[in-house]
Ligand binder design. Structure first.
Ligand code: ADP
Length: 606
């Protein structure tokens, strides 16, 4: 199989993304590589595709012990034989993994850096063929990065201890020159191919807000994003706990995550979020690394982080599925004090001399200055980030609050005409609820008793969610296009006449994010989408994996839009690997066909 066939068969994708092919080709030629790509760009495929093509085992060194199980489960779902070795396994289980690996059962094995120099592991590595050593989150080797991990320094000794040197590959999202040089030197990469892809994530919208009261602003955003999945980052455990309590009382669908919780609590809460049982996770920066939840559609920073690297990495957890997503920073002057406190009270690090500790302190202060600049003065937020990572930019991006301000206006003439016309047709005698039912096309007893289902406006907004129709009506009420009688019935004000006659248009100023919500709701059959999500949950539960491991949201939404009727049509949807097509394809098709048949029946019975 060539690399394209592997990409298609195991991952269901038809094209490589920027940088992937170059890196894979170099690895297959036996050359060391260093891949520097932003979060969500697709680093995993760069080592997983060649791992499947090389004859021996690929060892992946990863700092994320807590997630190794999930990573291996996700690979298993793709039909890729893999395992992990870490302290969560008993001695007996570890021996079993070693034995199976020696029998050639695994292509990829995940391991924590702390294990590399242990005698048992060394012996194992010299008893099998290791074709590739992959260092994930390679910036952990550098003191100048933001996640230094002492055990990463053992990697070069480990490589020298192997009888045969494998091809060595390193990946990170941290792009500063100092960190890149450290990775190359401290890991001992040999003449590596360095690939630095563009750092821009076009589907992300960046926004900085300096609200008087952060909690009020946060609530507004969460209301706007209702029904979608998102992360709220805070700088301290205390803020996480407080926000969690407050939002829970306000009935938001929240969970929380920080290093002060027990391992068990963290696991449970993380799963609640990953499986879409809670919409929002409130967390410190302890949450997120290595989590491939593709449908995160907003990341709000309740506090400013200490540097642009951390901010971009955390914000980059939004929109991995390629859909539009928002990254909002709620800035307040107190954030600076908090970050300065962290800089002046660093964690003990016995590996560093006093001079190095001081140099590190100064470096962190410089980085903080840049973060403050982003939060307070940057004219185009995206360009500022990209320039920080050494990329040149041309002109404004027009996709951040620096370019657009925090408000944007959208044309809502069409929904206005539908709402006004509906109110007119019921002779200004019905309440908001009934108007919503008519526009949405709900056949309630009341609607049928009044024959409203025969009106021309019945179902005129059936493609929109009820909450969206309600938002429109509220807006028209607020700006006095319509009013409410004491009885609750809606009536039209004079200025509606011009709009109904197409003489004037209506514009609405909304937060950009609201615009995105309405755009995505358009072409999807919502009822089918819900059915497919329920089915996915059931199958995921049966296999003991997160929902997105069955199919990502992107795939599910595409199914609800395109309604494929055969395996061939289903295969054309990007992101369905062969293994999953065989395993789940037929049952999803059945659900789609059943839904479509029901709809036809309903039409016939009308
Ligand atoms: P990173 O490790 O760089 O943060 P991942 O490797 O987790 O990113 O990939 C992010 C998402 O992009 C995943 O859902 C992955 O399946 C998807 N992806 C990666 N490569 C491709 C590709 N060539 N085409 C489409 N989607 C891809």
């Amino acid at each position: 199989m060539d690399k394209f066939e592997v990409l298609n068969k195991y991952f269901g994708y038809s094209e490589f993304r920027q940088g992937q092919q170059e890196l894979i080709d170099a690895i297959l030629e036996g050359r060391d590589v260093m891949g520097i790509m932003p979060t969500g760009a697709g680093k995993s495929i760069c080592f997983q595709v060649p791992a499947l093509m090389l004859d021996g085992i690929t060892l992946v060194i990863s700092p994320l012990i807590s997630l190794m199980k999930d990573q291996v489960n996700a690979l298993t779902q793709l039909g890729i034989k893999s395992a992990y070795i870490n302290a969560s396994l008993s001695e007996k289980q570890q021996s079993m993994v070693y034995a199976k690996a020696q029998a050639g059962r695994y292509k990829i094995i995940y391991v924590a850096p702390e294990r590399l120099l242990t005698p048992v592991f060394s012996e194992f590595c010299n008893s099998v063929k290791i074709s590739m050593l992959c260092i994930d989150e390679a910036h952990c080797v550098s003191h100048w990065g933001h996640d230094f991990r002492t055990a990463y320094l053992d990697i070069s000794t480990f490589i020298s201890s192997l009888c045969e040197r494998p091809v060595v590959t390193a990946f990170t999202a941290t792009a500063t020159q100092m960190v890149r040089d450290d990775i190359e030197r401290l890991i001992g990469l040999r003449n590596p191919l360095r690939v630095v892809t563009g750092f821009d994530r076009e589907n992300l919208y960046f926004e900085v807000l300096r609200p008087k009261v952060k909690l009020v602003a946060l609530r507004r955003y969460l209301d706007l994003y209702s029904g979608r999945s998102g992360i709220v980052y805070c700088s301290s455990r205390k803020t996480v706990d407080e926000l969690y309590e407050t939002l829970l009382k306000d009935k938001y669908s929240v969970t929380k995550y920080h290093a002060g919780l027990t391992k068990q609590e963290r696991r449970v809460n993380q799963d609640l979020f990953i499986n879409d049982e809670r919409e929002i996770i409130i967390a410190t920066n302890a949450f997120g690394m290595g989590i491939d939840k593709s449908n995160v559609s907003f990341v709000i920073h309740y506090n400013m982080p200490g540097d642009i690297e951390s901010y971009y990495q955390e914000a980059g957890r939004a929109g991995r599925d390629g859909n539009e997503a928002d990254c909002v920073l709620l800035y307040g002057a107190a954030d600076i004090r908090m970050q300065k406190y962290f800089i002046d009270n660093p964690e003990e690090n016995s590996d560093l001399s006093d001079e190095e500790v001081e140099a590190l302190r100064r470096l962190r202060l410089q980085k903080l200055e840049k973060m403050i600049y982003y939060s307070t003065k940057a004219s185009c937020l995206r360009n500022y980030i990209l320039n920080y990572f050494g990329e040149r930019t041309k002109g404004k991006c027009n996709s951040c609050s620096g370019c657009n301000g925090n408000d944007m206006s959208v044309d809502v003439t069409i929904p206005a005409q539908k709402v006004f016309s509906c109110i007119k047709r019921v002779r200004e005698s019905e309440s908001k609820r009934v108007v919503i039912d008519i526009l949405k096309g709900n056949e309630t007893q009341y609607i049928l008793s009044k024959n409203y289902n025969e009106l021309r406006t019945f179902g005129a907004m059936s493609d929109s969610a009820e909450s969206e129709i309600e938002k429109h009506i509220d807006h028209f009420l607020k700006y006095a296009y319509i009013s409410e009688k004491r009885t609750g019935s809606l009536y039209l004000e004079d200025k509606c006449t011009d709009i109904l006659r197409n003489r004037k248009r209506v514009r609405k100023f909304v937060e950009k994010s609201e615009k995105t919500v309405s755009a995505t709701a358009q072409d999807v059959d919502i009822r089918l989408l819900l059915k497919l999500k329920t089915l996915r949950k059931l199958l995921a539960h049966k296999s003991g994996v997160p929902d997105y491991s069955v199919f990502t949201d992107f795939v599910i939404v595409k199914m609800a839009m395109e309604k494929p009727k055969s395996i061939e049509q289903l295969r054309k949807i990007e992101g369905i690997p062969e293994h999953k097509l065989n395993k789940f394809g037929t049952v999803f098709l059945k659900e789609i066909v059943r839904h479509c048949d029901e709809n036809i029946e309903k039409e016939l019975n009308k």
